[in-house]
Ligand binder design. Structure first.
Ligand code: SF4
Length: 321
C-alpha cells in the first residue's frame, strides 16, 4: 500500500482551530499523525485517540446535520417523514450515544464511529444533568425549527431535484501560498439551484452570530461554487439558518467580485501564516515548539488534548487516572 503522507491542506475549520490555539492545531494535524500505526510513539497514539473525542456541542450539532441530511434524502425520494418521528429518532440516537460514551472505559480507544465525549473522559470537563438536558433540548428544537424553516419552504418551492448538495460531500479546490499549492476542503450543507442562481444554506445549531460576520465562510463557499458550477458571483447567495432560534428568517448575503478577491487573499494569508510554522508541508513535518499555546483558559477547558498539554494556561491536568 502506498505510504500515507500528511501533506498540507486548508479548510475553514483548520483555520479557525489554528486561530483558537496553534498547539491544538498541531496536535490535531501533526501530533496525532500516524497514531494508528503499531510502532507509533506514545504521544502520537494518545493524540490520535483524543482527536476522536468530541464534546456535547459538536456531537449534537453533527447528529442534527445528519438527521436533516437523511430527512432531505427521504423527502427527495418521495417519502414523507413525520416531524414527530424524526424528532423521536434523533432523541433515541442521542440517548444511545450518551449511554455508550458514559459507560465506555475511560482512556480507552473506542470502535470506529462510536461517539466518545470529552465530558465523560475528563472529570474536569464533566457537566451537570441540566447542562446535558439543555444541549439535547436544543438539538431537538433544531429539528422542530428545520420543519418550520423558511429554508425548507424554499427547498420545497424549487423542488428537491434542485438540491445540488445535501451535506454529504467533501470537496476541494486548489489555492497557493508561499509558493506551495494545496487543496482547500469545503463541505456545503445545502446548495440549491434557483432561477436566480445558487443559494447556499448553512445549518446552525448555535445562537445567531449578532456580528453577522460570515465573510470567511461565505468567501470560501462562493469561490468553490464559482469554480465548481462556473457561475458568476452575483448569482451566488448564502444564508445561515439558525435552526433553534430564528428558523423562520432567511437573511441572504449576496456575493460580489470584491468578496471573492478578499476570500482568495484571506485563504492565502491564513495558509501562509500556518505554512511559516511548518518545516516540510509536502511531507508533513512540523515541530510542536513552533506552535504557541493559547492564553485563554476557556479554550483549554474544552480542548480534547488537555491531558497532553502541560504548557497551556491551566498547567498540567490534575486528574490523570
Ligand atoms: S490545552 Fe489549551 S494550550 Fe493546550 S492545546 Fe488545548 S487549547 Fe491549546
Amino acid at each position: 500500500m502506498a505510504e500515507l503522507v500528511n501533506r498540507f491542506s486548508y479548510s475553514l475549520s483548520q483555520g479557525s482551530q489554528f486561530r483558537t490555539c496553534e498547539r491544538q492545531y498541531w496536535f490535531s494535524r501533526y501530533g496525532s499523525w500516524g497514531g494508528w500505526e503499531k510502532n507509533a510513539s506514545m504521544l502520537a497514539r494518545e493524540a490520535y485517540r483524543l482527536k476522536k473525542l468530541t464534546n456535547r456541542y459538536l456531537w449534537t450539532g453533527n447528529r442534527v446535520h445528519e438527521t436533516i441530511r437523511q430527512t432531505l434524502s427521504s423527502l427527495r425520494s418521495g417519502d414523507k417523514p413525520e416531524p414527530a418521528a424524526v424528532r423521536e429518532r434523533l432523541l433515541e440516537q442521542l440517548r444511545q450515544d450518551f449511554r455508550g460514551s458514559r459507560d465506555h472505559p475511560r482512556r480507552t480507544p473506542g470502535p470506529k464511529n462510536k461517539v466518545l465525549l470529552l465530558e465523560h473522559e475528563d472529570p474536569e470537563s464533566a457537566v451537570s444533568d441540566t447542562q446535558w438536558k439543555n444541549v439535547v433540548e436544543r438539538a431537538l428544537s433544531a429539528i422542530d425549527g428545520f420543519f418550520r424553516s423558511e429554508a425548507l419552504r424554499l427547498i420545497q418551492k424549487f423542488g428537491y431535484a434542485s438540491l445540488l448538495r445535501n451535506d454529504d460531500v467533501l470537496e476541494s479546490m486548489d489555492s497557493e501560498a508561499a509558493d506551495f499549492v494545496f487543496p482547500v476542503y469545503v463541505t456545503i450543507d445545502v446548495a440549491l439551484e434557483t432561477p436566480e442562481g445558487i443559494l447556499i444554506l448553512d445549518w446552525k445549531t448555535g445562537k445567531p452570530d449578532v456580528s453577522g460576520n460570515h465573510e470567511e465562510q461565505l468567501g470560501i463557499y462562493a469561490l468553490f461554487s464559482k469554480s465548481k458550477w462556473a457561475i458568476e458571483p452575483e448569482r451566488i447567495r448564502f444564508a445561515p439558518v439558525y435552526l433553534s432560534y430564528t428558523p423562520e428568517r432567511l437573511d441572504l448575503s449576496p456575493v460580489t467580485e470584491e468578496m471573492l478577491d478578499l476570500a482568495t487573499k484571506n485563504i492565502q494569508s491564513n495558509a501562509a501564516t500556518i505554512l511559516a510554522k511548518i518545516d516540510d508541508p509536502e511531507r508533513g513535518v512540523a515541530r510542536m515548539e513552533n506552535f504557541r499555546t493559547t492564553d485563554d483558559p476557556v479554550e483549554c477547558r474544552r480542548c480534547v488534548y488537555r491531558s497532553l498539554c502541560p504548557d497551556g494556561p491551566l498547567g498540567p491536568p490534575t486528574h490523570q487516572s
